[in-house]
Design a protein around this ligand. Structure first.
Ligand code: NAD
Ligand code: UDP
Length: 331
């Protein structure tokens, strides 16, 4: 039996594939490489290049492989782009989920672990955010992911497809040996952008606003290491294999760090000055997003190894130094 990883050539998916392979699990990857990288996929995994929305293609993969469960990372995830091109997001993300569940249903595959997001909560009324808090997304990306959660819920009611929705907060870091890491194009995330400045590839970090309701005025976010995140998916697969009911879990560290604190930490880790300037707020940024993650700890038995943002940044810095041009030198 194999685990099918959709989006396994992407940042988080490639770390998941790597963890599965290291655990000796037969791993099959589907990815259309729209944002992912062939070189990011552990060579011991079997790779099919194609689109999740291509039903004939996906049926073939399920015909050929003995799939036990699916882990679904394949999606677009850039919030400002989703504001400008909402249909692109509903087509790829939400549409992809419908095709996937149809194919799973046809092949009697009943377990799925899904990449959801803090963006499904929108602007939280309280911090830390609990799984039971209202999900009121404020952008099409978050809405597309909430719809995917809802579609899985109704597929469970009708067909008994069991799912775990993992709502990630801010994912950062890289495999500690620096062999795989984060390489989005264009890059929009704070940690890799800060490190691009440290590398000299950008002139400065632009801090988006310092008049938020937070201790130093910059946004507060909750950073989780990508390898800890991958481990939570493995626990979620075990949870489903044990026959438990569908469920949703936040994945964060339960500790918030401001953008200014992240910059200071990165300066300490890299020893580089990392120039920064203050610019206008980025639309759609809530003041603070911090997860209550005790549910994943209590029910899944998740014990994240990285509780220090400097350690998280250090692993991303190792990747950046080993691969100054990301996967470009290997694709
Ligand atoms: P990524 O863009 O690096 O990875 C996504 C992968 O899916 C890519 O390899 C891409 O080529 C593939 N893909 C996209 N659409 C596809 C399709 N239709 N068919 C086949 N393959 C397709 O993104 P990431 O940062 O690794 O994020 C992975 C998942 O985690 C996404 O679903 C995202 O919404 C979610 N997420 C990410 C973060 C974060 O901080 N990076 C936070 C919350 C949630
Ligand atoms: N941010 C910033 N400058 C950048 C990129 C990000 O100030 O060049 C801020 C952003 O406004 C947010 C935080 O960094 O407050 C984290 O942003 P990211 O896009 O990494 O993740 P998000 O919290 O949006 O999922």
């Amino acid at each position: 039996m194999s685990i099918l990883v959709l989006g396994g050539a992407g940042y988080i998916g490639s770390h998941m594939v790597d963890r599965l392979v290291e655990n000796g699990t037969n791993t099959v990857v589907v990815d259309n490489l729209v944002t992912g990288h062939r070189a990011a996929i552990n060579p011991k995994a079997k790779f099919y290049q194609g689109d999740v929305r291509d039903k004939a293609f996906l049926n073939q993969v399920f015909d050929q492989e003995n799939i036990e469960a699916v882990v679904h990372f394949a999606a677009f995830s850039v919030v400002p782009e989703s504001m400008a091109k909402p249909l692109k997001y509903f087509d790829n993300n939400t549409g992809g989920m419908i095709t996937l569940l149809e194919v799973m249903q046809a092949h009697d595959v009943k377990q799925i672990v899904f990449s959801s997001t803090a963006a499904t909560y929108g602007t939280p009324k309280q911090i830390p955010i609990k799984e039971t808090d209202p999900q009121l997304p404020i952008n099409p990306y978050g809405a597309s992911k909430l719809m995917m959660e809802q579609i899985m819920h109704w597929a469970d009611v009708a067909y008994g497809v069991k799912f775990v929705a993992l709502r990630y907060f801010n994912v950062a870091g890289a495999k500690p040996d620096g062999s795989i890491g984060e390489d989005h194009g264009p890059e929009t995330h704070l940690v890799p952008i800060i490190l691009q400045v440290a590398q000299g590839k950008r002139d400065e970090l632009k801090i988006f606003g310092n008049d938020y309701q937070t201790p130093d005025g910059t946004n507060v976010r909750d950073y989780v290491h990508v390898v800890d995140l991958a481990d939570a998916h493995i626990l979620a697969l075990k949870y489903l294999a044990a026959g438990h009911e569908s469920n949703a879990f936040n994945l964060g560290s339960s500790t918030g760090f401001s953008n200014q604190q992240m910059l200071t930490a990165a300066r300490e880790v890299t020893g580089e000055p990392i120039p920064a300037t203050l610019t206008a707020r980025r639309p759609g940024d809530p003041d603070s997003l911090v997860a209550a993650s005790d549910k994943a700890r209590d029910i899944l038995g998740w014990h994240p190894q990285y509780d220090d943002v400097k350690e998280i940044i250090k692993t991303a810095w190792t990747w950046t130094q080993k691969h100054p041009n990301g996967y470009d030198d290997r694709d």
